[in-house]
Ligand binder design. Structure first.
Ligand code: BMA
Length: 326
């Protein structure tokens, strides 16, 4: 199986524990970012990381001590120990004038050509998808928001497809949305978004994903299709439970689902996932694959309180999805 992307010699990794029968396993020293990580922030979770100049950079969701989320940048040499900036990102518009956000959360970070794009949920008379870009992780330029409200989950593909940027997204409501399917939208210029199409929705047969679903990390290109890791939510007597699973989308027509796994890949089990600010949440925003070894590092928010790390081999995930289709 072929994966398209970069070699990442310092990708965090830990071998699968003896006797583990799952395709995804957790890092033994989870969580990698704990509570009150910086003075301003009480919790860092659903966050986006990319390899950068032989190190790693990240855009972190930091819930400040007034409860409002903002994005902070951070750096790491090993992808595990992080230096997070005390100050949140100070956005400017394309003319260099301040373009502040009321709030910002659930970032994804996508390298396309020589630019890095940050998509996140922000406010424009209701939650919608903000887009920002940087080349050096020092100057952060905001582009116009992609959609009218309400939309809360924007994930770009890492290259143009048929000449267009493609963004997975999930129309929603203004609250703790009790529904949600994945759509995609296209743009020639990263400003005007259209030709919106349905990709996939909740699955009433699989209870772990019967309430809502949303795209997780930036999809990974393979010769078996785009690997999409996505979160699936169910409603219990005690509230929502967030797990994540996988699907394969057609390379040239990514609104076409080739395979979708029946079973989740990870569900809340460890204490740092089952208890926290919002219990029972595993929410992946980053999956980095080393194309040489096929190793995959998945960074996920745990219980809206911590960042945790899990590992897999990409060919095992793809095999698992194909052998256990819906
Ligand atoms: C979603 C988003 C995520 C969060 C999840 C669970 O709607 O707000 O940031 O992790 O709920 O609280």
């Amino acid at each position: 199986m072929k994966v398209f992307g970069e070699k990442i010699h310092n990708l965090p990794w830990e071998n699968k524990p003896q006797g583990c029968r799952e395709v995804v396993w957790r890092y033994s020293k989870n969580p990698i970012i704990k509570r009150n990580p910086i003075l301003k922030g009480s919790r860092i979770f659903n966050s986006a990381i990319v390899p950068y100049k032989n190190e790693f950079v990240g855009i972190f969701r930091v819930d400040h001590k007034d409860g409002v989320p903002f994005l902070h940048s951070g750096r790491s040499t090993d992808g595990i120990q992080w230096h997070i900036e005390e100050e949140d990102i100070k956005w400017v518009d394309i003319d260099g004038k301040p373009f502040p956000v009321n709030y910002a959360y659930d970032p994804r970070l996508t390298k396309i050509d020589d630019s890095y794009y940050i998509t996140f949920c922000t406010d424009d008379h209701g939650p919608t998808i903000g887009i920002g870009t940087t080349k050096d992780f020092k100057t952060f330029v905001r582009l116009p928001n992609a959609y009218v409200p309400f939309n809360r989950n924007g994930v770009l593909f890492p290259r143009k497809i048929n000449g267009k940027y493609i963004m997975l997204n999930r129309p929603s409501d203004n609250g703790h949305t009790p529904f949600g399917d994945i759509f995609l939208s296209e743009s020639f210029d990263m400003i005007h978004w259209g030709n919106h199409r349905y990709v996939m929705g909740t699955n009433k047969q699989n209870w772990w994903e019967n309430l809502k679903i949303g795209a997780g990390p930036v999809p990974i290109e393979t010769d078996a299709g785009w690997l999409l890791i996505y979160h699936g939510v169910t409603l219990t007597c005690n509230g929502y439970v967030y797990s994540f699973g996988g699907a394969l989308l057609d390379i040239d027509n990514p609104d076409k689902v080739l395979y979708r796994g029946k079973y989740y890949l990870l569900t809340p089990e460890e204490d740092y996932e089952t208890s926290g600010f919002v219990p029972n949440v595993v929410f992946p925003c980053t999956a980095i694959c080393d194309v040489e070894t096929g190793r995959l590092a998945i960074y996920y928010g745990a219980a809206d309180s911590y960042i945790a790390l899990a590992f897999a081999y990409i060919d095992e995930i793809i095999d698992f999805i194909r052998k256990n289709p819906n």
